[in-house]
Structure formats: C-alpha cells, structure tokens
Design a protein around this ligand. Structure first.
Ligand code: AMP
Ligand code: TRP
Length: 355
C-alpha cells in the first residue's frame, strides 16, 4: 500500500484528431476512475511543441481535446481539467528533473528513437527531454496512478526512476525537513518525497492497432485516414472504415488462442470487447465461426452506438468556446494551487531560496 494519498493524473497531447485508440486506451478509463479517485486530467500543450513548434491551430486543438474529455463524461467540477502551460510550474519541475535524469535513460526511450529517426543530431532537445516533462506533470501533483495506453509504459518506468533517484539523492534533506513519507524501498524503509507512480494499463484495448495494418499502432500521425476511427467521424465514415478494415479470409475462432498470428482479427475482436465492455472470450463465444461479413456490420453498429453520442456532445461543447475556456481557467487555478505547494517543498529540499 502506498503511503501517498491516491490521486490519478493523465495527459493527452493536442496534436491531430483524437481516435478510437485514445478513447479506449485512455479517455474512457479517465471517466471510469472518477468514481473511485480524485483525478486531474491535463491537455499537455507544452508536450505538443516537441512535434512542431509552430502550430496554426494549437489553441483550437487544445479546446477540442478538452471538449472530448467533457463529452466522454469527465466532470470538471468534481475533478480538475486544465491545459498544462497554464501552470508554468510544470516547466520548472521538468528543469529540475532534467538535472536528475541521465542522458542514457533518455536515449533508450523507444518513442524518442522512433520519432527522432536516423537523424538524431537534428532532433530537438525538447524531444529528448520529453519524458522528463511527463514525469514533472505527474509528480507535480504527487499522483499515484496514471491511466495510459501501452505505448506509455516505458515513460512511466522512467517517471519512477526519476522519483526514486530524487528520493535517494535528497533523502537526508527530505528527512531533516520533515517532508518525507515512509516508503518501502527493497529491504529498507526510507523517507521519500515523490511516490513511485503506478501505471494503469489493462483491459482489451491497451493497444488499438491500425485498421489497415494489424501490426502498427492506430495513430494520429498515420497518413491514411482509413487506418483510424476519429472521435469526430460520423456514422457513415465509421461504417465505411470498418467495412474496409484489413482482415484475413478465416472465420473467427471460438477461443482467444485462435487469434494468435492473426493481428487484424485480434484487433477487431479487442475493439469489439472494449466497446461492449466485455472480454475477448465472451465476444468469441458469441461470434465463434462467424465470417467477417457478419462480424464487421455488428462491430460497425456497436461503434456507431457508442461513439455517436460522444461525437455529437463534442460538437455541442466545441460550439461554446467560452465555456471550454472557463473550464480550463478554473481547472488551471485549482491545479496551480496544488502544484505550488509541491514546488515550495521541492525548492526547500534542493536549497533554492524562495518564499
Ligand atoms: P497521445 O495521443 O499520444 O497524446 O495519447 C493519449 C493517450 O492515448 C495515451 O495514454 C496513449 O497511451 C493512448 N493511446 C494512443 N494511441 C493509442 C492506441 N493506438 N491504443 C491505445 N491507447 C492509445
Ligand atoms: N506522453 C503522453 C502521450 O504521448 C502524454 C502525456 C504527457 C502524459 N504527460 C503525461 C500521459 C502525464 C500521462 C501522464 O500520450
């Protein structure tokens, strides 16, 4: 049991269209966690600068992600919804973490390697330091649980490494200042300041794959729009994309083991299970032996039924820009107050003179 007060934090970047992977892998979990936890959900606009510094539509994209959070059912009064840059302390803590993290740790990040490609020397320093800003997002609130898709697992391990190194490097000061929380670290009990955050990655849709290639992740940046279902797609677009989704010629198996080596079939069954809030096993027990000509229309109907209301609510909320901006401002003020408390302690621990 963590001695820290349970708190959920997660973030989504305002880049490109939100898709089914974001919805099933992340946003829908955000909604469910509100019942059991205090939650902070952040539109991480500073992170999106690592893709392109100049965004013509960054503000609109930020509002769109906010609208998706609200349309999916996140309650911004009971919890906190804000945009990252509104609380500049994210950048301050990220700087400190840049000095805690090692370049070797950053160089090992698969997302950095994928995004930087062959010409690493020419990647921005921000792209390399990205996971340190992500650790700051989480630890600024001393969050204990982070719901994300499978692709973020390595970044969350790094967040734990940063927290552990900070706790270790400053353990004496943390103890002397009485700012520590007793934590089990292996055999020892130490006084730590930051929790070792737990990732929440589970369920049938932690990694939704492209509809055109079952070995590639569904992604905002895929040039083919047929590869993904966007949260803003209408019923016709959803049905068309599912109809055109790549499959193999075999009927569906009766058991999950029968999906091995059939990535496209496995993906569509996983999507069905996640949308229906059930397991792959129960989907297969219903559709065992069915051809895709039967399964795809059933999946399309289910997707339209579940996503349609979110899309129309998103449009309704987007039309009221003032409301969206008020949510972000109010959330930013409440997030900022928590963040300031953490940073005051961090400055004292490090020895930076402040109030
Ligand atoms: P991003 O769009 O990269 O900011 O991702 C926002 C959230 O969606 C993160 O928690 C990701 O892990 C999650 N996510 C992104 N793509 C997928 C996918 N294809 N399947 C499942 N989760 C995803
Ligand atoms: N790196 C995450 C992504 O690309 C977004 C993110 C930034 C995040 N900060 C976070 C997710 C903090 C969880 C917690 O999807």
């Amino acid at each position: 049991m963590s001695p820290f007060k349970p708190l959920v934090f997660s973030g989504v970047q305002p880049t490109g269209n939100l898709h089914l992977g974001n919805y099933l892998g992340a946003i829908r979990k955000f909604v469910a966690l509100q019942e059991s936890h205090d939650c902070i959900y952040c539109v991480v606009d500073l992170h999106s600068l690592t893709a392109t510094l100049v965004h013509d539509d960054l503000a609109d994209q930020t509002r769109q992600i906010t609208a998706a959070f609200l349309a999916a059912g996140i309650n911004p009064k009971a919890h906190i919804v804000f945009n990252q840059s509104r609380v500049p302390l994210h950048a301050e803590l990220a700087w400190i973490f840049n000095c805690v993290a090692r370049i070797g740790w950053m160089n090992r990040m698969t997302q950095f390697k994928d995004k930087a490609g062959k010409d690493r020397e020419n990647a921005s320093l921000g792209l390399l330091a990205y996971p340190s800003l992500m650790a700051a997002d989480i630890l600024l609130y001393r969050a204990t649980h982070v719901p994300v898709g499978d692709d973020q697992k390595q970044h969350l391990e790094l967040t734990r490494d940063i927290a552990a190194k900070f706790n270790n490097d400053f353990s004496k000061r943390i103890r002397d200042l009485g700012l520590g929380v007793e934590m089990e670290m292996g055999e020892e009990t130490v006084d730590g300041f930051f929790p070792l955050t737990e990732p929440l990655i589970e369920g049938p849709a932690t990694r939704v794959m492209s509809l055109r290639d079952g070995t590639k992740k569904m992604s905002k940046s895929d040039p083919s729009d047929l590869s993904r279902i966007n949260l803003t797609d209408d019923a016709d677009a959803i049905s068309k994309k599912i109809r055109k989704a790549k499959t193999d010629p075999e009927p569906l198996p009766g058991e999950v083991e029968g999906l091995a080596l059939r990535p496209e079939a496995e993906n569509l069954v996983g999507i069905y299970a996640a949308l229906a809030e059930t397991s792959r096993e129960s989907v297969l027990s219903e559709f065992a032996g069915a051809q895709f000509s039967t399964f795809k229309p059933a999946l399309a109907d289910l997707a339209v039924e579940k996503l349609g209301p979110v899309a129309s609510e998103m449009r309704r909320i987007m039309a009221d820009r003032r409301y969206v901006d008020t949510v972000l401002k109010d959330g930013g003020e409440r997030a900022g107050a928590i963040a300031e408390t953490t940073m005051k302690s961090v400055r004292r621990i490090i020895g930076l003179i402040g109030d």
